[in-house]
Design a binder for this molecule. Structure first.
Ligand SMILES: C[S@@+](CC[C@H](N)C(=O)[O-])C[C@H]1O[C@@H](n2cnc3c(N)ncnc32)[C@H](O)[C@@H]1O
Length: 199
C-alpha cells in the first residue's frame, strides 16, 4: 500500500472515530467525559507505563474508539493479551471491527467480576481507566476501586485525566496516588495517575 493510501485510510479512520465519539458525547456527556478522543501523545505516555508479565493481560476500561488500545498494541502488547471493556454497544462493535484479535467486552467496568472471563481474574498486569471517575460521587468511585480489586488484587490502576491534582480522593478510597506522566499535547493537557491499594 502506498504511503498516500495509508495516510488517506488513517485520516478517514480518524475522522470516523471522532464522529462516533462526538455523537456519543452528545448522547451522554457524563459517560463520555470528553468531546474528542485522547491524543497520540497521551496514548503513548499511557502505553509506556504498562507493566505486564508474559502470562498477564492489560485491561483497558472505557476504550471508546480504541485510540489507547492501538497505542498499547503499537507498544508491543500482543492482541491476545489485551482485553478492553466498553459499555456502549456501538463503540464495542467498532472496536471489534478495527482491532481483530483483541478481546472486546461490551459491559460495565463497575461489574468486572462478572464481565471479565474468570480465567483472567488475578492475571491482570495493568488496568487502565478511561472512564471519567472524577465526575462521579465517592460511593461510585468506591465501587470502581472494589471492582478492579476483585479481578486484579493489589494492582490498582492507571487513570488519565485533565486534573493537575489527584482526580480521586485517594485517602478516602484507601489508595496511594502518584502522578507518573503529563502531556501538553492533548486537549486539554492531561496527566496519568497511578493508584494502588494502601497496604
Ligand atoms: C473519556 S472516554 C475515553 C475513550 C478512549 N479511551 C480515549 O482515550 O479516547 C470514556 C469512555 O468510557 C466509556 N464508559 C463510561 N462508563 C463506562 C462503564 N461503566 N464501563 C465501561 N465503559 C464505560 C464511555 O462509553 C467512553 O467510551
Amino acid at each position: 500500500m502506498s504511503e498516500l493510501t495509508a495516510g488517506g485510510d488513517a485520516d478517514r479512520r480518524q475522522a470516523s472515530n471522532a464522529g462516533l465519539f462526538f455523537r456519543r458525547w452528545m448522547a451522554n456527556p457524563l459517560q463520555m467525559g470528553s468531546i474528542i478522543p485522547s491524543s497520540p501523545s497521551l496514548c503513548r505516555r499511557i502505553a509506556a507505563l504498562v507493566e505486564r508479565a508474559a502470562d498477564e493481560v492489560v485491561l483497558e476500561l472505557g476504550a471508546g474508539t480504541g485510540v489507547v488500545s492501538r497505542a498499547l498494541l503499537a507498544a508491543g502488547v500482543p492482541a491476545e493479551r489485551l482485553v478492553v471493556v466498553e459499555i456502549v454497544p456501538a463503540m464495542a462493535e467498532h472496536l471489534r471491527a478495527v482491532m481483530p484479535g483483541v478481546q472486546v467486552i461490551c459491559g460495565d467496568a463497575f461489574a468486572l467480576e462478572r464481565a471479565l472471563p474468570a480465567h483472567w481474574h488475578g492475571r491482570v498486569g495493568t488496568a487502565i481507566c478511561g472512564i471519567p471517575l472524577v465526575l462521579l460521587p465517592l460511593a461510585q468511585q468506591r465501587r470502581f476501586v472494589a471492582a478492579v480489586e476483585a479481578v486484579a488484587p493489589g494492582r490498582g490502576f492507571l487513570l488519565y485525566t485533565y486534573c493537575v491534582t489527584s482526580p480521586l480522593p485517594h485517602g478516602k478510597l484507601g489508595l496511594r496516588a502518584r502522578r507518573e506522566a503529563w502531556t501538553p499535547l492533548n486537549f486539554p493537557p492531561a496527566s496519568v495517575w497511578r493508584y494502588q491499594p494502601r497496604r
